[in-house]
Design a protein. Sequence first.
Length: 329
Amino acid sequence: MNEYPAKFYQPEENGLVRCKLCPHNCKISNNKTGICQVRKNIDGKLYSINYGKVSSLGIDPVEKKPLYHFHPQAEVLSLGSWGCNMACSFCQNWQISQQKPRLREFKPAEIVETALDKDIDLLAYTYSEPTVFYEYMLETAELAHKKGLKNIMVSNGFINQKPLEELIPFLDAANIDLKAFNNDFYEKHCKGGLEAVKRTIKMLAEEIHLEVTNLIVTDLNDDLEELEALFRWLAEINNEIPLHLSRYHPAYKLDNPQTDLELMKKAYQQAEKYLEHVYLGNAVIKNTADTFCSECGEKLIKRRAYDVENRLENNRCFNCGKKLYGEFL
């Protein structure tokens, strides 16, 4: 599995190839890789060099993804490889996104069999950016679906439309990291772009269960007016999409102070004006991890860390009967 034929590329003159997987559309010379470090031109053909190469494989609660409206308390078999098509200065997983870590090899069938053997119904493509191990994710997800398992993608959403369209039929849920609501931030601090991520969110919202995460980084994307524009835009797609506002802590190349808790509270209150389900992550503030009925205000799911008390009855509020957005057991 050292070199696996890649999808979505175009041969060009002089042995170059144009990768079409993500909006970078890298033009790659022979024996070189694209920005992601893991898609390589070998004699005029593009190969995935991280296919089947797993940096992390573990069992997590689904709430850790984070997904709060999808099979609460369920266990998820989570896997990641290495490489990334962004380069965020504040990356929490830079050891596997920006470097090549120690790796183990697993075929798609081995991943699926591991989940079945452990009686786990959910697979998550996470830890590192799954877009850049696209072929591995796609083949594993397709096999998992045939075996009755559900697939979750946790991603930065920076992917071209055609690859996403081919993947969606095998996805059941996703959490997309919407890093900011201005393109300058994406270009300067992430080496990516906003518009492609917005397109991904719109496409997924129409097809599968979707939740969105926004990491509020001190002095970079913490302007409340900009955050309000993000909340308003997401509500225009579907105001029931759960939004996770996450508190930043210094990581990788960025040593800005951790996000002020008062600012987190203000952002939470602002988001609630537009969205029905808002949560705070990496911050212990009363009620901000709990799920409430958008109709009558009754507390439906209580969370303390990964300890969950689910009071739903057939996906509905036990008090007024309103159906809650999501997929619940």
